[in-house]
Structures are given as structure tokens and as C-alpha cells.
Design a protein around this ligand. Structure first.
Ligand code: BT5
Length: 284
């Protein structure tokens, strides 16, 4: 559950996003310091602004957050709906000393952290490979990781995170109403965006440290604990075309999905969208 002191302070502040309110709520001992917080009323995409800042040398733990995005980005050029007042749309610049070989693990670390952070609100957030966060099988959060590298070394990661917090069903566009949800819809009551933000950011710091201390196995264990497709029959789609079907076995050290196919082989899947395979071979 969220920290009682935070909740009291948040009730006073309301649900507004500003640099001052965010830094007050995070507190002076938090890993993200006030001067590392860039807060806007509206942006094209927090990932785009964060990338510009990263290229200008912004440090580890720089947070770019906005109330609304005009051009929120999903993967593969897909749009991300990000209206004002409804959610958390933010990007974090991270500069861990990781090799390019380790880079694919970042999306698993972030998904593990976001799912655990959201669970502090009381909602059972689950992960669908590679890094969608679902509640009641509907998407509550999307994650878009981008990276810049120099030779074999990762230079920066941009962890773009979009969490639906206070939308009602009718606030989503008709095509999203059956597949998207928000923390408010799942819990039946309005949620404070800042409490969710702090919980998620704290988990990200904790898991970066956990990775440093214990390696990917520790992150993988949390990811697998929260994963909702383990041992399920799924199909892998690319642009709505079915590429592979099989039973989910786990993930390997590169974050590839391990699928047990009908002929008993274990196959690695590196990219695509997962869809649960329903009876009668229709896909949801
Ligand atoms: C994602 O892409 O899920 C990654 C979304 C990342 C968004 C954050 S917000 C802060 C940062 N700045 C950005 O510009 N982006 C990041 P993908 O797996 O491709 O999912 C996109 C699909 O999700 C769309 O095609 C819609 O079907 C659906 N969708 C769009 N908006 C949604 C929303 N608000 N809630 C749930 N589903 C949504």
C-alpha cells in the first residue's frame, strides 16, 4: 500500500502535475532530484523530449513528464492516447553501465517495476510479454524503451511509460474501450497520479540496484511472478499476421520468449505481439 504520509500530503496537493509538487512528493532523499524533473502541460511525446535532453548530456534519473501528449508514441509507429488529467505520461533517462548485449533486459526490468508499483494501489497488474501491463486482461500501461549506444556500451536508455490512471470506460476512444482500462476503472475509485508515479519510480531504482547486485535472474523472477501468459497457449502476431503458436515456457537471458511448439520444440521469439489463443482458434 502507498505510504500514509504521502497520501496525506497528496490529499492537500490534489492531483496536479508541476515540477514543485512532484519534487515535494518525491522528497529530498529520493534518487530523482528537483533539478532533474522536467514537467510540462503538453508535449509532442515525452520520449522525444527525453531523447533531446539525453543527447545534450542529461544525467541518470532525469524525468520528463507531461499532463498531455499530442503525439504519444507506441511501438512500431503506433499511437498512444494520452489526454490531459487522465494518466501518467513520462519518460526516464537511465544511464546504467550496461553493455549493448544486456540492453534487451531493460524492458523486463521496467515492466517488473511498473507492475509492482501499480500493485501498491491494490490493483492486480500483470505483465504480458514483452512489456504490456494489464489489469483484468485489459491494457493499463504501455512501455516504450529506446536506447543510444557507443560501440559495445549502452550510453542512455529512455524508458517511456504511459499509465492510464483516471479514465472512465467512456473516456477511451471506442476502439480502445474493450481493450484498455485505468486504475480508477479497475478499483472503482479515483486514484492519485502522484502516488502511482512515486511508487513506480521507487521500484525502478530498487530494481536497477537489484540487477547490479544479483543479476538478471532476480529481475526475471519478479517478471515471471507477475506474468499472465506463463504456460498459456498463445500466438505471436506481427502486424496482425500469425507468425507462431505454442505454449509459453518462460524467457531466456536475452528476454526472448520461449515457446513450446506443437511439435515439442522450444523456440525463441524475439519480437512481435502476443495474443492469447482462445478455444476455436480465434484470437483475443
Ligand atoms: C505501447 O506500444 O504500449 C507503448 C506505449 C508507450 C507510451 C508512453 S507514454 C510516455 C512515453 N512517451 C511516448 O510517446 N510514449 C511513451 P504498443 O504496444 O505499440 O501499443 C500501442 C497500442 O495500444 C495502440 O495501437 C492502441 O491499440 C493501444 N493504445 C493506445 N493508447 C492506449 C491507452 N492509453 N491505453 C491502452 N491502450 C492504448
Amino acid at each position: 500500500m502507498f505510504d500514509a504520509e504521502d497520501v496525506k500530503a497528496l490529499e492537500k496537493e490534489g492531483d496536479l502535475l508541476s515540477q514543485k509538487i512532484i519534487s515535494d512528493i518525491l522528497g529530498e532523499n529520493f534518487w530523482i532530484k528537483p533539478q532533474q524533473i522536467y514537467c510540462y502541460a503538453s508535449l509532442d511525446s515525452t520520449n522525444t523530449t527525453a531523447r533531446t535532453l539525453a543527447l545534450e548530456g542529461a544525467c541518470h534519473g532525469t524525468l520528463v513528464i507531461t499532463d498531455a501528449q499530442v503525439n504519444g508514441k507506441g511501438r512500431l509507429g503506433r499511437p498512444w492516447a494520452s489526454k490531459a488529467g487522465e494518466g501518467l505520461w513520462f519518460s526516464l533517462i537511465l544511464r546504467p553501465k550496461w553493455s549493448v548485449k544486456e540492453a534487451s533486459r531493460m524492458s523486463f526490468l521496467i515492466a517488473a517495476a511498473v507492475s509492482e508499483g501499480i500493485r501498491m494501489s491494490g490493483a492486480l497488474a500483470e505483465i504480458k510479454w514483452p512489456n504490456d501491463i494489464l489489469i483484468n486482461q485489459k491494457k493499463v500501461c504501455g512501455i516504450l524503451i529506446e536506447m543510444g549506444a557507443q560501440k559495445e556500451q549502452a550510453d542512455y536508455f529512455i524508458a517511456g511509460i504511459g499509465i492510464n490512471v483516471n479514465q472512465r470506460r467512456e473516456d477511451f476512444a471506442p476502439e480502445l474501450q474493450d481493450k484498455a482500462t485505468s486504475l480508477a476503472e479497475a478499483s472503482g475509485k479515483k486514484q492519485n497520479r502522484l502516488a502511482v508515479l512515486k511508487a513506480v519510480l521507487a521500484k525502478i531504482e530498487a530494481y536497477l540496484e537489484l540487477y547490479q547486485a544479483e543479476g538478471f535472474e532476480a529481475i526475471k523472477a519478479i517478471w515471471l511472478k507477475n506474468c499472465c501468459i506463463l504456460e498459456k497457449e498463445v500466438c505471436i502476431l506481427h502486424k496482425n499476421t500469425v507468425l507462431q503458436t505454442g505454449r509459453v515456457w518462460g524467457i531466456d537471458d536475452d528476454g526472448a520468449l520461449l515457446l513450446k511448439t506443437e511439435n515439442g520444440l522450444l523456440e525463441r521469439v524475439l519480437s512481435g505481439d502476443v495474443s492469447l489463443r482462445a478455444v476455436g482458434k480465434t484470437y483475443i
